[in-house]
Design a protein around this ligand. Structure first.
Ligand code: KIV
Length: 288
């Protein structure tokens, strides 16, 4: 999946994007045919257990992006620019965005901001770094917004957001994430910009949708935002599986004979095959 292909999908096919933070989740989502994986700074909350995305560092995003890239064959990979990783100067923005592509293996970066981010976007794009914009509820501005609140609810605020999205598209962004805005405003922005919009909490009129993988899979038991649909209940399934494991270990049911490696071979004996496979495929190391 490439940037030109994503752009061509606007108005034709809906784009699917899901966050991913590690090798195994990336493999799973890639195999499912998700078009784009976002190494979002939401990892600060769902992976690290922090209250916001603000403490996430460049090094952390690079680390997680590398792991995601190793697990991905099909999907387009976007890495988030963390809090204050681009605002201090355009040079800083280019260095940091460049790291996400060259060290992390991302295909593009995402940065939160409207008209004020346009010049930076223009410069990044001129360096060959594709940029995905992000307007509306921008979690890195949680304190300025007074919490995680739906944005663009008044006419003035909606007009500002529309201007922001147009500025971001005109600066060269190949797409824009619309987060936490009214459905009709998202539709209006989608019709006004020539690039795909990818919504989260922005209704069905966007060109694509993005969800946090932990939300989609039901791994966030205490959070049930209105805009999330859970397609599995993996937290509950995981608790049940781990509980059964504990019960079986305590009862001496696990490990059973078939989970062991037999007996020490005696002098002169052929070495015992492990179910006809090598040690590696018998359970040590990857079994792909
Ligand atoms: O960090 C993230 O996961 C995001 C999405 C919610 C769009 O920015």
């Amino acid at each position: 999946m490439t940037v030109p292909r994503l752009v061509k999908m606007k108005g034709r096919e809906r784009i699917t994007m899901v966050t991913a933070y590690d090798f195994t989740f990336a493999r799973m989502l890639d195999e499912a045919g998700v078009d784009a994986l976002l190494v979002g700074d939401s990892l600060g909350m769902v992976v690290q257990g922090r209250e916001s995305t603000l403490p996430v560092t460049m090094d952390e995003i690079v680390y997680h992006t590398r792991a995601v890239a190793r697990g991905t064959q099909y999907a387009h990979i976007v890495a988030d620019m963390p809090f204050l990783s681009w605002q201090p100067s355009v040079e800083r923005a280019i260095d940091n965005a460049g790291r996400l592509l060259s060290e992390g293996g991302a295909h593009a970066v995402k940065l939160e901001g409207g008209a004020e981010a346009a010049e930076t976007i223009r410069r990044l794009v001129s360096c060959g770094i594709p940029v995905l914009g992000h307007v509306g509820l921008t979690p890195q501005s949680v304190h300025a917004m007074g919490g995680f609140r739906v944005q663009g609810k008044t006419r003035e605020a909606a007009a500002r957001l529309l201007d922001d999205a147009v500025a971001v598209a005109e600066a060269g962004a190949y797409g824009i994430v619309l987060e936490g805005i009214p459905t009709d405003l998202a539709g209006q922005i989608t019709r006004a910009v020539p690039v795909p919009t990818i919504g989260i909490g922005a209704g069905p009129e966007c060109d694509g949708q993005v969800l946090v993988c932990y939300d989609l899979l039901g791994l966030t038991p205490t959070l049930r935002p209105k805009f999330v649909k859970r397609y599995a209940e993996l937290f509950t399934a995981g608790v049940e599986a781990a509980r059964t494991y504990c019960d079986e270990v305590r009862a001496g049911v696990f490990p059973a004979e078939e989970h062991g490696f037999g007996e020490v071979k005696r002098e002169g004996e052929e070495s015992a095959p492990h179910n006809g496979t090598s040690n590696r495929t018998a359970g040590y190391g990857p079994t792909r």
